[in-house]
Design a protein around this ligand. Sequence first.
Ligand code: PLP
Length: 430
Amino acid sequence: MSLNALFPKLSLPLRGLQLLRSRTLTASSRPYGAVAQARSVLETELESIRVAGTWKGERVITSKQGAHISVDGSSGDILNFCANNYLGLSSHPEVIQAGIEALQNYGAGLSSVRFICGTQDLHKKLEQKLAQFHEREDCILYASCFDANAGLFEVLLGPEDAVLSDELNHASIIDGIRLCRAKRLRYKHMDLNDLEDKLKESQSSRLRLVVTDGVFSMDGDVAPLVGICDLAEQYGALVFIDECHATGFLGIRGRGTDELLGVMDRVHIVNSTLGKALGGAAGGYTVGPKPLIDLLRQRSRPYLFSNSLPPPVVGSATRAVELLLASNEIAQSMAAKTMRFRNGMTQAGFTIAGAAHPICPVMLGDARLASLMADDMLKLGVYVIGFSYPVVPKGKARIRVQISAAHTDSDIDRTVDAFIQTGRKHGVIS
Ligand code: PLP
């Protein structure tokens, strides 16, 4: 919650409050009234999070990201099962080397947005490779996929248009849609009948855009893209997918959910991230029709008003994409590992949501239980994290396990054994 939301009447930005506080403390030992009030409101809010058991602590990793990591406060080698490092490329030697070379040849950063003096040939090269990878006309880079989602809808859709969005879409899509002036219709999660109703309801709109995550990150479920594309074609709508949890490893060549479901030529716009399977550094992008990408370069606010991606990040991501363009071996290596984990856990009596995706949510229900179990897993040398409200709905707390191509079979078996031990201790399984 923002401070302005807390104090609609005062409407003081945080920096202003900090300044007031430091001035007041030097001028007098008495705290300035508004600051004391702000502290009290904030402390109450923080306490309510603690009491609800939904406090999100941050464990500190003291090594590279990878399947095996070091964690501050825990001794020895820790198995990491909660990164979005689906292909293990975050610490791939060639990806690291490409980052080092880009740093040496192109510097630490651009100190500029793209259209002033922030475009290097390496940004153009990565955009070209990503367009090639997704088999789309063009690509535009952003500092993150959050930005790509924040910057797209407002540019494409006006008040005469409509956006039809799955109710469980990622927060950044929801925020991006809030910024646009199109008519907003939210359809029930993956419900094609409800989507059709909303398409009928919006028939008078100029452009209509169906918006869905390709894979939903909390449940690991895959959007019914064939049905969505059928309906979109029937009612004359465009289709957008967010591929953050699919790019690089779903589909025979790792191109994503659209490849997996055979609809690459029927999905019009794709947003995705460089911060997960594609090297894990940072950055996001949109691929799609050239006129759309051209217009985004002119009008998309997170692109126009935010710094260019740093050269080392671009260098590493480019190498990651090149590795995937050259071979589908890494992308394919993950499916068997995912099934090994899912089968082991299901046989032990756990409920795992989703199907056949490396996001394997171990469903527990209670927020505190999820958090306690995650702590106990770490004591057994396995780093996993409990997810609870507001990240997932109330009563649907879970530990979200994520499989990586970098995990070995024995890493997976060790983790299943640790879950069995911890699950028995907490009465989750018998
Ligand atoms: N979309 C989805 C579905 C995500 O899971 C995420 C990241 O958590 C994002 C967008 C934002 O990606 P980025 O980290 O590149 O901002």
